[in-house]
Design a protein around this ligand. Structure first.
Ligand code: ADP
Length: 332
């Protein structure tokens, strides 16, 4: 499997321009945040109760595949609470000192957002425990028998963490998200259409209803992918001097190698390898990663959830199995 350049259906948000546009398209108000109703309701209660008690909300964990709106929720919570949000990620915090500096520089009631928290180093994770639980930072001074710990009082803060791999988070860390752990669900086709309509309006894209449906159907039920496909279809229509109707959308999507079910080349290759090389499975993740030259984490966090959602793949104790529907879809 080839390594794809940034800004493809496989990594639709890596292009610099797209990051900029993503900011423009990111909902700024709760009513612009489509779907995830149960989570929104829970958060609304959590935030109101905290405000009434004049305390910061308790720590929150969001998990689910990329592009479903975890970061956006963190921004909306900060906005609603009228506080600053400080954004970092698990791999960016390399040393205990990095975390100590972030924590001590937070303002009273600020939100600390840590993306990809499952990639946080375990020693650093341990520094988070007392910070989350008691609002203190334990610092060890000196080495060996003369080492001693001093405790620094931290400003009251809320940690909001996001992960694509909840199983990669240790249970002591998980149990400290006392405000709740929320799983983001894939969106319905109608919800994605609502996202697309708003994005088209913001970006000034003329698109008809049928073309919207076509993009929504192939968007992996994911707002970020939907926005990405919308922009690429707009480019295609512009270059070919066409209006963005169903036919143009279909041609643009075909050129991007996104099929009718929203599968990209890598999704199809994963299924094809399971079927052709491993007789349909079961095949272990490690073997599958080696056979497809794809990172295990990418298979597990990006491709698999969508293939499972579509009923094309099953995860069994002995490995991954392609379903009858996968054979049919690939015409095998
Ligand atoms: P994640 O953090 O889960 O990877 P993001 O919050 O960065 O996802 O969302 C990616 C983009 O998708 C956002 O910038 C926004 O444009 C769009 N988006 C995500 N969720 C929603 C939603 N519920 N309603 C409208 N747009 C959304």
């Amino acid at each position: 499997m080839s390594t794809l350049p940034a800004d493809t259906p496989e990594s639709p948000n890596d292009g610099v321009g797209d990051v900029f546009l993503d900011k423009t398209l990111r909902p700024n108000r709760w009513d612009e945040y489509v779907g995830q109703e149960r989570i929104k309701e829970n958060l609304s209660i959590l935030l109101r109760a905290a405000t009434e008690r004049q305390q910061p909300p308790e720590h929150i964990l969001f998990y689910g595949p990329p592009g479903l709106g975890k970061t956006t929720l963190a921004h909306l919570i900060a906005q609603e609470s009228g506080v600053q949000i400080r954004i970092t990620s698990g791999p960016a915090i390399e040393r205990v000192g990095d975390l100590a500096s972030i924590l001590t520089n937070l303002g009273e009631r600020d939100i600390l957002f840590i993306d990809e928290i499952h990639r946080l180093n375990k020693n650093i994770e341990e520094v988070l425990y007392p910070a989350m639980e008691s609002g203190v930072l334990d610092i060890i001074i000196g080495k060996g028998p003369s080492a001693r710990t001093i405790q620094l009082e931290l400003p009251a803060f809320t940690l909001i963490a996001a992960t694509t791999q909840v199983s990669g988070i240790s249970s002591p860390l998980r149990s400290r998200f006392s405000g709740g752990t929320f799983r983001l669900e894939y969106y319905s086709e109608d919800e994605i259409k609502t996202v697309l309509k708003r994005s088209a309006q913001i970006l000034g894209i003329q698109i008809d209803e049928e073309a919207l449906s076509e993009i929504a159907k192939r968007s992996r039920f994911t707002p970020r992918t939907a926005n990405f496909l919308l922009k690429r279809c707009r480019d295609f229509a512009q270059v070919h001097k066409n209006t963005l109707d169903k036919e143009t959308a279909q041609k643009a999507l075909a050129l991007l190698d996104v099929d009718e079910l929203g599968l990209n080349r890598n999704d199809r290759e994963i299924l094809q390898i399971i079927i052709e090389k491993f007789n349909g499975g079961p095949v272990g993740l490690k073997t599958l990663a080696a056979a497809t030259s794809e990172e295990q984490s990418t298979i597990e966090e990006v491709h698999e959830p969508y293939l499972i959602q579509l009923g094309l793949l099953e995860r069994t104790p002995r490995g991954r199995v392609a379903t009858k529907r996968a054979y049919e879809h690939l015409g095998l």
